[in-house]
Every structure is written in C-alpha cells, then in structure tokens.
Design a protein around this ligand. Structure first.
Ligand SMILES: NC(=O)c1ccc[n+]([C@@H]2O[C@H](COP(=O)([O-])OP(=O)(O)OC[C@H]3O[C@@H](n4cnc5c(N)ncnc54)[C@H](O)[C@@H]3O)[C@@H](O)[C@H]2O)c1
Length: 256
C-alpha cells in the first residue's frame, strides 16, 4: 500500500546495517519504502521488525544482476506508480592484495560497489525524468578520500562512486533530479566488525579507532541514515553533485 503523500523510495542493501537504518528512517518519515537485498529473508525479517503492521516492502534482489534490478524496480513502479528516491547503499568490503587478487575478485567488488550504482540509477531514471523530479543518494565511503593498508581495491570503487555521482548530477539536473553521495566513516555495522575481526587484537584496535575520532567514538547507522534522509528530502533542494563526509571528525586530524 502506498502511504499518503510521502515519497516512494528504493533502498538497496536494506536488510541490515546502514541500509536497514535508512529504511527505518525513511519509513518513519512517511515514505513508502522498498528494501532490496540479496538476502530476501533477512530483508523481510528486518522490514517486519521495523513496522509489524505496515512493513516496508522487502524484495530479494542481487543488484549485480541488471535483470533483477529491472524486475524489482518494475515491481515497485507497478505497486506505487513512481520512484522518488533511490538510495544506492549496498556494498561489500574488500581486503585483497594487488598481486594475488584475481580478475574475478576485482569484477565482483566493482560489480556491487560501483557498477550496481549505475544499474539501479539506470532503472529509476526514466521514471524520474518523466515526472521531472527525483533524488538519488549514493553511499560512498571515507575510503574515497583516504584509505587503510589492505583494503584494496575498495577505495578505488568508492572513489568511482563520487565520479559517477557528479556525472549523474550534471546529466540529470536539467530533469529536476538531484544526485549526491554520502561518505561514512567508521560506522557500527557487521562490515566494520568483520574488519575488526581480521585484526590481531580486535578490542585494542576498536579502542584505538574510537580515539582517532574528534568525537571519541565511531558512528551509528542511524546517524548516517539521518544524513541520507536529509539529502533525499526537499530540505536539500539546492544540493546536488555533492559529497557529504560523515565521519565524526576522523579526517580532520593527521597522525601526530
Ligand atoms: N560500516 C561502515 O563503517 C561503512 C563506512 C563507509 C561506507 N560504508 C558503506 O555503507 C554501505 C552499507 O554498509 P554496511 O556497513 O551497512 O554493510 P553491511 O555489510 O552491514 O550491509 C550491507 C547489505 O548489503 C547487502 N548486499 C550485499 N551485496 C548485495 C548485492 N549484490 N545485492 C543486494 N544486496 C547486497 C547485504 O546483504 C547487506 O544486507 C556500503 O556501501 C559500505 O561500503 C560503510
């Protein structure tokens, strides 16, 4: 069921972490939200937990697959008639060595972290152009600006998302469509926990990570979701082609 007056939004990777927080936030703000995730069961469980009475729509979709993206988008269009907001959130971390990484590994990382951003935009842009409005928010990363040893080639993919954001903003601004990027720093999700688990002493590393932030802590998914909700909303009506760093002051300092 379409919710009265609110926008219709698609969020990728909506089953957990930042994506789940975005689904929850947009739903709370009155949007009709479709949560797309490769893990359809988890997306359904998450949507039901967000609102057992009127859950967001959960759709199983592997965003690496153009056909699945088109099908999921068509389903949303059939049900609700329009898409006003796309949040390209789904992403995967990468911890490869440039010498031992295979081409298949490379293609896999870029398929989710970069190509799918275009595939999802491609699916919603015709409708947005026809209606003369729309907002796309791409989730990049602080890795687009500065990165960590061993996180190859995540930084390259996330920097690519910024280039894609600028091009999409320029080419679609004349249609009334805004396209922006959010660059989260460390955010408390499974993705960060998995990285911590690769460290020799995860507890010590977690404490050291907290310490390098101006705010003395890492971010919460709801804090990233709030920024994404702003960029998706009419409050950001003159913001396009922008990248918003949300990192608790991490990048404000250099090592001393
Ligand atoms: N957590 C952080 O510290 C952090 C920092 C900067 C940027 N980011 C970015 O934020 C986004 C969300 O990160 P997170 O920490 O919430 O990650 P997460 O791993 O907790 O959640 C990612 C979600 O995306 C889904 N997904 C993965 N591959 C998919 C595919 N092919 N098709 C559809 N869904 C897929 C997963 O099933 C999962 O539900 C990612 O783009 C990530 O790169 C995260």
């Amino acid at each position: 069921m379409t919710r009265t007056d609110g926008p219709v939004a698609i969020v990728t990777g909506g089953a957990q972490g930042i994506g789940e927080a975005v689904v929850r936030r947009l739903h709370r703000d009155g949007a009709t939200v479709a949560s797309l995730d490769i893990d359809g069961d988890r997306a359904t469980a998450s949507a039901t937990a967000i609102d057992p009475d009127q859950p967001p729509l959960a759709l199983a979709c592997d965003i690496r697959d153009a056909k699945q993206v088109e099908q999921a988008t068509s389903q949303v269009l059939e049900l609700h008639g329009r898409v006003d907001v796309l949040v390209n959130n789904a992403g995967v971390a990468a911890y490869f060595d440039a010498v031992t990484m295979t081409e298949d590994d490379w293609d896999d990382v870029f398929a989710v972290d970069l190509k799918a951003t275009w595939l999802c935009a491609r699916a919603v842009l015709p409708g947005m152009r026809a209606q003369g409005s729309g907002a796309i928010v791409n989730v990049s990363s602080i890795h687009s600006r500065m990165t960590l040893a061993g996180a190859f080639p995540y930084a390259a993919a996330k920097a690519g998302v910024l280039g894609l954001t600028r091009s999409l903003a320029l080419d679609n601004g004349p249609y009334g469509i805004r396209v922006n990027a959010v660059c989260p720093g460390y955010t408390r999700t499974v993705l960060v926990q998995q990285w911590l688990d690769t460290q020799p002493n995860p507890r010590e590393t977690a404490a050291a990570v907290d310490e390098v932030h101006a705010l003395g802590r890492i971010g919460e998914p709801d804090e990233i979701a709030a920024t994404i909700a702003f960029l998706a909303s009419d409050d950001a009506s003159f913001v396009t082609g922008a990248e918003l760093l949300v990192d608790g002051g991490l990048s404000a300092r250099f090592a001393s």
